[in-house]
Design a protein around this ligand. Structure first.
Ligand code: F6P
Length: 372
């Protein structure tokens, strides 16, 4: 296929994360250096193929100095699904299917294959376009790490590092003031950031969506620490955590684009703990800090390997696939597999076992979490 291609497109969709620019840089450099293809950068995800004048040629000079930069030079949105495109007019929201516009514009620009850098929402849209005949290769990114088929997504490692550093800082103030500090972390309904950062940052309690929490178990843990002389505790709460028999907490049930925004569970847990433990309990919501900053070395390498491989896949004619990390190697999986389910934290993983072995409270009794 490499001989027939002249022009490919690249876009970033969904929430931004560290490492997106490193993927774009790898795509542009590999396409240009190895194959002599032109690369068109599409702004603001699929929105760039819905609205006019949002596509530009990217050459090597455009990606100079891009490797350490957070965010995405192309812009992104998690509110523009061409199959369900919301337009508000005089206060009323109307929904349109503008997918034909996207296909038409892609053809007009001469884009032969589109590289879509995104999380599960963007990958699902990409898969719908695959079914409509668009040639697409996917690159998985999201701080949430919840995209199925790849062991790690671009952005996760940096987000975990950011959260771990926040925990390190909270640790010293919690200890100085004998407080219980609750920190709410992003990660939607999977909780990968909370688990990894919680373990790396020495949390005493980690609440995950997969393990509905029992507040009495959490309060017992805090009391035990008090009794043993540790007069402070760090409680990590994944934003998608749920109380036993309860539901997730949302800031907004339905944002523009039909997206529900999680948030508020940290303060809810803190308020309940205040009542039970009679301790000085405070909440930190780390929020979008987890999406910013310069990518870690791991993310730069992953992004570079993914970006380069995405271009090689096109050359091999292996479209309709998403690049993925599998046992340390870069592989390709059918896009339809990638969107078939969400990648949840496996409760039988060694990390969960390690957390339990370290006596980290995961919000419920051990026997309710793992089968012995
Ligand atoms: O998917 C990435 C993510 O940061 C989630 O962890 C979080 O729930 C969501 O995006 C927040 O999205 P927004 O910035 O659109 O509110």
């Amino acid at each position: 296929m490499s001989d027939t291609i002249r022009c490919i497109g690249v876009l970033t969709g969904g929430g931004d994360c560290p490492g997106l620019n490193a993927v774009i840089r790898a795509v542009v450099k590999t396409a240009s250096n190895e194959y002599g293809w032109e690369v068109l950068g599409i702004e603001d995800g699929f929105e760039g193929l819905i609205k006019p004048d949002k596509v530009r040629l990217l050459d090597i000079t455009d990606v100079r100095g891009l490797l350490p930069r957070g965010g995405t030079m192309l812009g992104s949105t998690n509110r523009a699904n061409p199959f369900h495109y919301e337009v508000s007019h005089n206060g009323a929201v109307k929904v349109f299917d503008v997918s034909e516009t996207v296909l038409h514009r892609a053809r007009e620009y001469g884009i032969e294959v589109l590289i879509v850098i995104g999380g599960d929402g963007t990958m699902r849209i990409a898969q719908e376009f695959v079914q409509k005949g668009l040639l697409v290769v996917g690159v998985p990114k999201t701080i949430d790490n919840d995209l199925y088929g790849t062991e790690v997504t671009v952005g996760f490692d940096t987000a975990v590092t950011t959260a771990m550093e926040a925990l390190d800082k909270l640790h010293t103030t919690a200890e100085s003031h004998h407080r219980v500090l609750v920190i709410e972390l992003m990660g939607r309904h999977a909780g990968w950031i909370a688990l990894a950062a919680g373990v790396a940052g020495g949390a005493d309690v980690i609440l995950l969506p997969k393990i509905p929490y029992d507040l009495d178990v959490v309060a017992d843990k805090i009391r035990q620490r008090n009794d043993s002389g540790a007069k402070f505790s760090l409680v990590v709460v994944a934003e998608g955590s749920v109380p036993h028999g309860g539901e997730a907490v949302y800031q907004a049930e339905r944002d523009l684009g039909g997206v529900s925004r999680l948030g508020g569970i940290g303060e809810m847990v803190a308020a309940q703990l205040r009542g039970i433990c009679h301790a000085d309990v405070r909440t930190t919501v780390l929020g979008h800090l987890q999406r910013g900053g310069s990518p870690s070395a791991f993310d730069r390498l992953l992004a570079t390997r993914f970006g380069a491989m995405a271009v090689h896949l096109i050359a091999q004619g292996k479209v309709g696939h998403m690049v993925a990390l599998h046992q340390g190697h870069i592989a390709a999986i059918p896009m339809s597999d990638a969107v078939s389910r969400q990648k949840q934290v496996p409760l039988d993983s060694d990390l969960v076992r390690a957390a339990l072995g370290l006596n980290i409270c995961l919000g419920n009794r051990r026997q309710a979490i793992v089968a012995e």
